[in-house]
Write a protein that binds this ligand. Structure first.
Ligand code: SF4
Length: 443
């Protein structure tokens, strides 16, 4: 998943509690229940002609809750409850498919996120995917991505996943060391990593992605180097590397509170940046290209992250499932955040919108501007053509400061982040928020 956070604080020094990663704008605390009617209204309007459509499905089940996890997940649901949830998700996509905003469009991208999509059985996955395809066929999708936890995988299940039409499988490896995996509450162990990767290779997925986290509890420079070495040796098509953060609603934060600790037991922000810089530089030596603050790809011509790129350029996306986020024709909304009420709403035929926001044109422009900065480059012409805004003029003062600090270079064509700037990009984005959004923490 990875869609829920706003920064509240990050420095060169300790990792204190709070969210670093900026996933959307305006901040979620400005979304509200009153605007839910806006969401229902946009669904009844025909689509803007050039707007691609995507589908995200949230599978909120995991074997264990990782200590750093801030997502909506359940570790206690039985098979009947999983079946009930699948029924609800299928009903939800059927409701969407009947609305005028679809306008005959088929999904350009589909994303299975969580939680752990690979937690549920092959039979359940197949039933879910078939229901989704009946409502909105994927035959024109350029990308169908699926998140996997290595310990939930068998060769049979991986084949069933591939048979859904998955183009990218993302393996949540995070670290290769058993003690570190255990200390962070991960459910899988290192022996499951190679087994899962070998299955995925032999089955022939188009794109295998490996997820790593720099700065987990117990991480050391030697072990991080070994994680990077092993990742490169596996030769995945792409790698994503996130820097460990400790949002307020995590198990780790709750433990910190019990012990009165304000600083999380993980590396400083400076160290985490150095570790990601090391990882990226080793990957570049091995022929990878750094494509954003968090990704390196082996072949940029072949390996894309369309879900990310289309969303960051304002595509429509239906978010299915409990607490999922959608964006339709300029209105953002989130589903009901409780399992039972989400499932109950679906059985009454109501779309379970919990809160929403329709940003102004200026807010939409800022949203795309800051999200595209995470790619390390922003095209000036894009904003001129789409919004009639010259970003060099509109953000002149802030860009001059960031340029002077060495975080980016301003050219006629646009902006280019330095590696140092890119590795702390999330902490540099708040200055571009409108003043009323700048001092807001995560909720
Ligand atoms: S695998 Fe861990 S981090 Fe991922 S959603 Fe489940 S509990 Fe959260």
């Amino acid at each position: 998943m990875g869609e829920i956070l706003e920064k509240t604080g990050c420095s060169d020094e300790e990792t204190t509690a709070g969210s670093y990663f900026v996933s959307n704008y305006p901040p979620y605390s400005f979304w509200n229940r009153e605007a839910a009617a806006d969401a229902q209204a946009v669904l009844n309007r025909p689509p803007a002609i050039d707007s691609p459509l995507g589908v995200y499905i949230h599978i909120p089940f995991c074997r264990k809750r990782c200590h750093f996890c801030y997502f909506k997940v359940y570790t206690d649901k039985n098979a009947d409850e999983v079946e009930r949830y699948i029924d609800a998700a299928i009903q939800e996509i059927e409701l969407y498919a009947a609305k005028p905003f679809i306008g005959g469009r088929k999904p350009s991208f589909v994303y299975f996120g969580g939680g752990t999509p690979s937690y549920i059985s092959s039979k359940q996955l197949t039933r879910l995917a078939e229901g989704m395809k009946r409502a909105l066929p994927w035959d024109q999708a350029q990308e169908v991505a699926f998140e996997c936890e290595p310990g939930t995988i068998t060769e049979g299940k991986l084949q069933a996943i591939k048979d859904l039409g998955i183009t990218r499988i993302s393996l949540g490896i995070e670290n290769f060391d058993d003690e570190i995996l255990k200390a962070n509450g991960r459910a899988h162990l290192s022996r499951e990593i190679d087994r899962c990767y070998d299955f995925a290779r032999s089955i022939g997925f188009q794109q295998i992605n490996i997820d790593l986290i720099a700065g987990m509890v117990g991480e050391t420079p030697e072990n991080w180097k070994e994680c990077v070495r092993r990742t490169i040796a596996m030769s995945p098509e792409s790698v994503t590397v996130y820097q460990m953060e400790v949002p307020y609603n995590t198990t780790m934060f709750k433990e910190m509170k019990v012990f009165g600790a304000s600083v999380a037991p993980v590396a400083t922000w400076k160290t985490k940046r150095e570790w990601v810089a090391y990882a990226f530089s080793e990957m570049e030596k091995a022929g990878y290209t750094v494509g954003s603050a968090y990704t390196a790809v082996k072949d940029p011509a072949k390996t894309k992250f369309l879900y990310r790129d289309m969303l960051w350029a304002g595509a429509d996306m239906i978010g299915l499932g409990v607490a999922s986020f959608s964006h339709i024709q300029g209105t953002h909304f989130q589903n009901d955040t409780e399992f039972d009420s989400y499932c109950n709403a679906m059985s009454t035929g109501e779309l379970p919108v919990y809160r929403a926001l329709t940003p102004s044109n200026e807010e939409r422009m800022i949203r795309e501007f800051i999200l595209q900065m995470k790619l390390g480059r922003v095209r000036r012409a894009y904003f001129q053509e789409k919004y009639g805004v010259d970003i060099h003029q509109r953000f002149a003062d802030d860009l001059a400061v960031l340029q002077q600090q060495g975080h980016l270079t301003v050219t006629d064509e646009g902006l280019q982040y330095s590696r140092d700037g890119l590795l702390q990009v999330d902490s540099l984005l708040h200055r571009f928020f409108l003043p009323r959004h700048q001092a807001v923490g995560a909720k």
